[in-house]
Design a protein around this ligand. Structure first.
Ligand SMILES: [Zn+2]
Length: 78
């Protein structure tokens, strides 16, 4: 299991996600992001706006994703 926080995954809080693969942790952070979006949490809405800007540029999005994946792979197993 590896741990990354909401912030590390482009979010806005220190909530920790635990998963064995990056795809899994990305999915967990997405679910959490949608939850916070529904609660209209200002910090998460801001982070999401920035993410949407990134998504308009598929190349930038891809390299962001690759970087995060590398960050995840580099984490120690617990
Ligand atoms: Zn969060």
């Amino acid at each position: 299991m590896k741990t990354m926080t909401c912030k590390q995954l482009g979010g806005a809080c220190d909530k920790e996600f635990h998963a064995t693969s990056f795809d899994e942790i990305a999915e967990m952070s997405k679910q959490h992001g949608m939850e916070m979006f529904q609660k209209k949490d200002a910090e998460h809405l801001k982070a999401m706006n920035e993410a949407q800007d990134l998504m308009k540029n598929p190349e930038a999005m891809k390299s962001w994703f690759e970087n995060k994946k590398k960050e995840f792979e580099a984490l120690p197993e617990k």
